[in-house]
Design a protein around this ligand. Sequence first.
Ligand SMILES: [Zn+2]
Length: 488
Amino acid sequence: MRIVIGSLSHESNSFNPKYMSLEDFSPAYGNDVLSRLREDGRSPLHGIYKVIQSCGAEVLPTIFARATPGGLVSFEAYQTMKEGFLAELSKTEQIDGVCLHLHGSMVVENIGDAEGDLLTEVRAMVGDGVPIVTSLDMHATITERMMEKADAFAGFRTAPHVDTMETGERAAQLLMDALTKGYKLSMCGVGLPLLVSGEQSESAKPPMVSLIRKMEAMDKLPNVLSSSLLLGFPWVDVRYNQGTALVVTKENPRLAQAEALRLAEEFWSKLDQFKFTTAAYPFAESLAMALNAKRGPVCIADCGDNPGAGGSQNIVYPLQIMLQQNLRNILFGAIADETAYEYCLTQKIGSSFELTFGKLNIEAGAPGITAVARLKHIGNLGKTPAVAIQVAGIDVVVSKDRVMMLDPKDLEQLGLRPKEYRILVLKSGYLDPKYEAIASYGLLALTPGFTNQDFAALNYKHIKRPTHPLDQGFTYDPHEYILPSRSK
Ligand SMILES: [Zn+2]
């Protein structure tokens, strides 16, 4: 058997005006995809590759491209990657199936729904009879076009996402079982008209933890193959933004619909339970609580400017508050500011100089902070070039580009000792498990930025209404939200 694999993924925040470029994705095509898989560890595409290989099928790699969440993907960058992908796909012959990993919430300048567009092109090339199965992020937004072009989707079930490779494996297994046992896949999706942030829906905490148990029980029902709750991505103002309850069955569209409706109803009955899973306060209050802690480090997530959800990662408003209070033994970062980073490179380690960096708010010409900085270290934060500077008593990481705060060990590359600080103020949403492990406890600071948790403050114009929580208390009938499907 011959199976096409590939992955093009991005989580696009429509409030961040900076478009993503081709460079941000560093795409690999054809056989180069396989070496990228080895470098990249536990990606969904790696899971897809492993399962297809273990079934003895021939793997036909096409594309592997992904970037840190950010603004919309520029039309040019998307077109280049799409053409590269389709060129690889057009070289393949006599294929039996297609297994992809897409994010589900990638939005392209002037196009919108990237996954719908890609799946339309793939379907047109491979024809109606070749099954297409795709793994998706838990924060995927499912569109009618996506449903009409693909045979099955399988979404991550954990947030923070620790089941990425396993979800790729699940998707590939769905495809390979259907092909080897000779049945068709049926799928039904039911829309959930809401905006919910990851910080209100962590999978280890209620209500997601019980909804995941429901899905596990559903998957054991006769002829049910896979169920997913795709929560959508709140920081994108497009008409089709919503969550989806989705079920895949063995050749049984009626069963898929009945179970997807049941899952949607179950989800909606718990709507009131979607609350912050970590204590959440405005920044000044979070800081006051952290300063009272007996043991450090307390991790405060500056979640309004979270690069993990497309924030610009350059808002220095929390630092302004901390500087006003003359605090010590605190780390803040990373601030993505290429100009400030480059300026630091011209200075000597240990020297002090005036530096302007970051922005105080999200307005286009907003001022930054100008302060005396002492250069402590030049190095990297993960793979991203960065410097450590000291401003008054606070250590600040300034990076060349946006970079997610995934591992405290990355800070050690900059000569910093994360466990020894009293407080770490991190550009992050919910804490990544490696930070959780070193934190005495975690707090969410409700800060301004393109990932503001106060959705009402973001001025949505295009999303269809009613949508919870912009609209409250409306009646939800899941039957009115059944998405079209290609399964007859
Ligand atoms: Zn996600």
